[in-house]
Design a protein around this ligand. Structure first.
Ligand SMILES: Nc1nc2c(ncn2[C@@H]2O[C@H](COP(=O)(O)OP(=O)(O)O)[C@@H](O)[C@H]2O)c(=O)[nH]1
Ligand SMILES: [Mg+2]
Length: 358
């Protein structure tokens, strides 16, 4: 599972990547143009609560992987641009960073920021790339002497997809049946990938809650069902330098309840269809990542393959229950502590201990 940070050069991708992953790569003009990968902890207030309760030796947050993919420069050849596009194709979800902050990057970015145009241009680039892919596939089917029945069904579907793309629709906006999904599963279309837009704003825009073209951008995003997060990377860097204990106060002064980086990490996690269950104890409080809809036995395999193999039962209660009641013994008294079999579908926030034999 990998999330690609994409967008034009000098929009703040590497700055955000550094903040998300705790790295210190060069940004701006001194930044190297290379693809970076790194892990980001997904902040979780629930884990903090459980750590206060259990005082474990070790606390482990859920993690997601980010990839910083440099933007295409005007001087890039087709080869370089294609290589970057392949990187984008390899991501499971995309975060597009657009620039709204106004400060000029001396001599580099001369044009004023136009975030809504940046978003729309990138959206059409993705649509175009998918159109090319669809047309190529259609040509290949047409050039086959005796196409299989499946190929013909696929061609029918691809033609309707092409029409949608010509109307500037993203594939993520279309409804496909399961059968249709499997027909195009191997195509890895770009507009099918979940997408979030991060608008990188400056301090003034943050306090005025506005920037040029904001309505237009929000309108475009909502028409295409693209979530938008407004972040001030500059301020995020300041927050990052504060001791943890002072961060909440600083955010409150800015009228925020959560840092933009935390919000981004959460959104990306949800966007990938991921949820967390927890294991707790004096030695370790830990979040484990599974896809929505995963059953207990499979979830057990995340912790250890032996536990999946020798799975007997899961003892389950929910984070909200312990939060309301304050202790495991009260959760038990209230009958909220359950035994579940291997078919139980794990919920976000379940606290589980597995019974198994090997
Ligand atoms: N004023 C301002 N500058 C920023 C902000 N975010 C990034 N920058 C600067 O913009 C330049 C480009 O940032 P970088 O992260 O390298 O962009 P990338 O090319 O998209 O990776 C750097 O000099 C950053 O310090 C911001 O929110 N406000
Ligand atoms: Mg960069």
């Amino acid at each position: 599972m990998q999330i690609g940070l994409v967008g034009r050069p000098y929009t703040g991708k590497t700055t955000l990547f550094n903040l998300l992953t705790g790295s210190a790569y060069e940004t701006g003009l001194s930044g190297k143009r290379e693809v970076l990968t790194g892990n980001a902890a997904v902040p979780d207030k629930r884990i903090e609560y459980l750590a206060r309760l259990y005082k474990p030796q070790k606390t482990v947050y859920a993690q997601i992987q980010f990839k910083d993919i440099p933007g295409v420069h005007s001087g890039d050849g087709a080869g370089a641009a294609n290589k970057l596009l392949e990187e984008v194709r390899g991501a499971d979800a995309l975060v597009q960073v657009v620039r709204a902050f106004q400060e000029d990057m001396v001599g580099v970015v001369t044009e004023t920021a136009d975030p809504s145009k940046e978003l729309a241009d990138f959206a059409s680039d993705l649509v175009l790339a998918d159109m090319v892919a669809v047309e190529n596939r259609l040509k290949r089917i047409e050039n086959t002497k005796k196409p299989s029945k499946d190929a013909l069904t696929q061609a029918g579907l691809l033609k309707s997809i092409l029409t949608a793309l010509e109307n500037e629709q993203r594939l993520s906006e279309l409804k496909f049946s399961e059968a249709e999904k499997s027909l195009i599963a191997d195509q890895n279309f770009l507009t099918e990938k979940p997408l979030v837009v991060v608008v990188n704003i400056d301090e003034k825009q943050l306090s005025s809650n506005n920037y040029p073209g904001r309505d237009k951008l929000l309108n475009f995003a909502s028409n295409h069902q693209i979530p938008v997060i407004e972040v001030c990377a500059r301020i995020e860097m300041e927050i990052n330098q504060l001791p943890k204990t002072e961060r909440d106060e600083f955010l409150k002064d800015l009228g925020l309840t959560e840092s933009g980086i935390n919000h981004l990490a959460h959104t990306a996690y949800n966007l990938l269809g991921l949820i967390s269950f927890f294991t707790v104890g004096q030695d370790e409080v830990r979040a484990w990542t599974i896809r929505k809809g995963t059953k207990t036995r499979r979830a057990a395999g995340k912790v250890h393959s032996d536990i999946e193999r020798g799975f007997i039962r899961a003892e389950v209660f929910h984070f909200e229950d312990i939060k309301h009641l304050g202790s495991v013994s009260t959760v038990k008294e209230k009958g909220l502590f359950r035994l579940e079999g291997k078919e139980y579908i794990v919920k976000d926030g379940d606290i589980i201990s597995f019974r198994f034999n090997v």
